[in-house]
Design a protein around this ligand. Sequence first.
Ligand SMILES: Nc1ncnc2c1ncn2[C@@H]1O[C@H](COP(=O)(O)OP(=O)(O)OP(=O)(O)O)[C@@H](O)[C@H]1O
Ligand SMILES: [Mg+2]
Length: 470
Amino acid sequence: MLSVLVVEDEQDLCALVAETLTDEGYAVACAKDGAEGLAAATTAPFDVVLADMRLPKMDGLTLFRRLRVESPDTDVIVMTGDAAVRDAVALLKEGAFDYLTKPINFEELKVQLQRLTAFRSLRRDVAAVRTELREPPSSRDRLVGHSAGMLKLIKRIETMAQSDAAVLITGESGTGKELVARALHESSGRKPRQFVAVNCAAFPDTLIEAELFGYEAGAFTGAFARRAGRFKAADGGTLFLDEVAELSPPAQAKLLRVLQEGIIEPLGSNDSVKVDVRIISATHRDLRARVAAGLFREDLYYRINTLDIEIPPLRSRGGDLAILVQHFIRRYANAAHATDGITWGAWNALSAYSFPGNVRELMHTIERAVLLAAGGKIGIEHLPNVIRGEAGAPAPAPAMAPLRSALKEFERAYLIRTLAVFDERKSKAADSLGISRKNLWEKLKLHGICVTPDSQSDERAKTDGLPSVT
Ligand SMILES: Nc1ncnc2c1ncn2[C@@H]1O[C@H](COP(=O)(O)OP(=O)(O)OP(=O)(O)O)[C@@H](O)[C@H]1O
Ligand SMILES: [Mg+2]
């Protein structure tokens, strides 16, 4: 039987509801205002909170929203007078289970609780089956989100999966361009064949052609044995050209020819090989502006951009933040750091923050916070300074520092965060900071910030581009 917490300031009504439900076999407790209700529900989680909309100390709306964050497994039924029915209906959209109008019809309440019992048991079964099936890595990395922007995106992916036309995916760094490309491949008829990702920025100009089209032994210094390129590897499947804006002019010219003719010529060979590949490209840059500036071929731009997908930044997808936070907490809260959710203060700081590094930044933030929380709830103290600061939380306040040293401290923290957001890929970090790579190196040295040597982070960038079996 469900455990029920009734939060109602009218003592008589509260007692009546409690008595009726106890007779039905439910375990019932009462709280007389919102604050007491929240304290009770977060100390010993209840299955259901039955909450009045108008409550002293904390109204029903706030109580509901806080419970969503601090006790996500609790379902909420709201009770309301006629005047506030619209508010109650709005809450259904945010995830309340149902609402009741006053005066309370007890038969209706009983039916709602029976429905809720069935629903909760179904939800548990689904979760158990999911864990049992040990979701494969590709769906572990599924697109999470239910904002209007995300639903539109998912619909667009489904439509585009029906076609073989080239797709260009744009969006700020960390918005999930690669994830969308994989989802597109997985939903298409090409799914049984390879999804091959190439990071165009990870190869020097001279090597990208060899990488894409393959080469014969002796085609250039270092080409000891023949090697098939990524185009060949993706035959029948999908080739994902990540960071496509970084292609050099010769590589652009060659790619254009391949796309026009569907034929590749490995370096050093006279043979032409026919390939059937769907091209998906991605960039965080304004490619049209690069065309206008003469940095990217216009004809190639139209070839790779038959269809386009623009992923909105996380800060404009309001509804997604809560569900992504829960998703990443679940992902990182393994046995060793089983985390007990997140506090309201920490949640407020996250929702006030603009996430310039988008979902990737959120993911790193939660991963770190789960570690620091060491089994407890994630609190504001487990979040990076930059996020705490934007929420208006008081800074740890050392003695007032002179402007020069305060600025220096800020720069240091900002550099560290930017590097974390870009997985220490320095060219990307420099790009986002609007400074040159050289300038970034000098600043890192000045602040004594240790980073992975370039060769290793470049290696990592390259492995991003290795073909993956899906
Ligand atoms: N909607 C989402 N749901 C779940 N995970 C997501 C979502 N969007 C992004 N991620 C995760 O965030 C991380 C960054 O995503 P991804 O690498 O696809 O971004 P990107 O747009 O390609 O970034 P960049 O421009 O820096 O290459 C990945 O680990 C990805 O799994
Ligand atoms: Mg990417």
